[in-house]
Design a protein around this ligand. Structure first.
Ligand code: PLP
Length: 401
């Protein structure tokens, strides 16, 4: 039997269209750990301004060593899903540490935040429930809600980004629902903006709703000691459910979690499909993540350094004439307009030894294409100055500044 060549031809054609539409993503291969600077294959050393490695923990000696020790002690993998024979003591230790960090009674780990989110909504809603979601929520939340709607026939709605009048109206219209759930990102990754959490919590209490917050870009980043968006606003312990990733500030490897009441974690152990039908987090990754949390708790100065680097970069890039979206997070989007400009700018910056990604439509609205910079505690002043100089050179060439 011959292969189905139509299939291949059709896909090739679809890819050509992505290239004409300038939304095709070219991969760059790195040949060193994540850090302030990385070795890019064919390019040599570049300053990286695109990583979620906010605290520099992905190549922290202690975190790497903990992973090696975990690998030696528990072996390469779990060999099973959690409820069969894939639960290790390191999972429990990690989950205790996560709950302590984010300020909830318990937590449950997953192989990714994507999985944690995906399995969550359908596990906690029924037909007569109502789920309302911020318009800029992460794709994993959107898919989680779509899945819950398809499975349970619950009612859903989307409120305009951070528009609390709209959220209020949506909750007002769902008073007869059995349960109301408000789903929001803690930090919106394309804008670098922070959810208006205190007001969301107030609305939730008024309308007897549950708040579920995905803090993937907040954990380890926001708050005085990096405990996230809740710490930032002084409302630790007041968010019903927090989900987040272990793949960003907390070591950057992989893994995610749902944190909340004991009963929720127990229910997810029973019901959440990625938990039931997919292998548990590899013990070596769990050991690194556990160590990353302990390292953060012992070194809150990393969070201070991240904040200082962010302030320094924001000020310098604004002085240079760029107009970054205002904000307090280490995500600094520089709006350039057209997608082609964002991609060209990113390519030119790479030519100057700075690796930073351009985003265009449909990831962000039409006409608001951007180069999104992300700061890290790993950056030295020297790294930041090199990046700023490259932005000035490229910005002038492109006539942006
Ligand atoms: C990155 C991210 C995720 C996915 O995290 P993984 O652990 O890599 O699956 C989910 N939600 C948000 C808000 C994110 O930023």
């Amino acid at each position: 039997m011959a292969l189905n060549t139509n299939f291949d031809a059709e896909l090739t054609q679809a890819i050509e269209k992505l290239k004409t539409d300038r939304v095709y993503k070219r991969l760059n291969y790195l040949d060193s750990p994540q850090g302030a600077r990385v070795q890019m294959e064919g390019r040599g050393e570049v300053v990286i301004l695109s990583s979620n490695n906010y605290l520099g923990l992905s190549n922290e000696r202690e975190v790497v060593d903990a992973g090696i020790a975990g690998l030696e002690r528990f072996g390469a993998g779990t060999g099973s899903v959690r409820f069969i024979c894939g639960t290790f003591t390191v999972h429990r230790d990690l989950e205790t540490a996560i709950a302590r960090l984010v300020g909830t009674p318990a937590s449950l780990s997953y192989v990714s935040a994507w999985n944690a989110n995906e399995g969550l909504t359908a596990s906690i809603v029924e037909q007569n429930d109502f789920v309302v979601s911020d318009a800029l929520n992460h794709a994993s939340i959107i898919d989680s809600i779509r899945l819950a709607k398809a499975i349970t026939k619950c009612t859903t709605a989307v409120y305009a980004h951070s528009d609390l009048d709209d959220l209020k109206a949506k909750l007002e219209g769902a008073k007869t629902a059995r349960r109301r759930i408000i789903w929001t990102d803690g930090v919106f990754s394309m804008e670098g903006s922070i959810a208006r959490l205190p007001e969301i919590l107030e609305l939730a209490r008024r309308y007897d709703a549950i708040v579920v917050m995905d803090d993937s870009h907040g954990t380890g980043v926001l708050g005085r000691t990096g405990r996230g968006t809740a710490e930032h606003f002084g409302v630790l312990g007041e968010v019903d459910v927090i989900t987040s990733t272990l793949g960003k500030a907390l070591g950057g490897a992989a893994g995610g979690f749902v944190a909340g009441p004991e009963a929720l974690c127990d229910m997810l152990t029973q019901r959440s499909r990625p938990q039931l039908f997919s292998n548990a987090l590899p013990p070596t990754v769990a050991a690194s993540a556990l160590c990353a949390i302990e390292h953060l708790e012992a070194h809150p100065d990393l969070v201070t350094k991240l904040r200082e680097n962010t302030r320094y970069f924001r000020e310098a890039i604004s002085e240079a004439g760029f107009k970054p979206l205002p904000g307090e997070t280490p995500i600094v989007p520089i709006i350039v307009g057209e997608t082609a400009t964002a991609i060209q700018m990113s390519d030119m910056l790479l030519g100057e030894g700075v690796f930073v990604t351009g985003f265009g439509f449909p990831v962000v609205p039409q006409g608001q294409a951007r180069v999104r910079c992300q700061l890290s505690a790993a950056h030295s002043r020297d790294d930041l100055d090199k990046a700023i100089a490259a932005f000035k050179t490229v910005g002038k060439k492109l006539g942006i500044i």
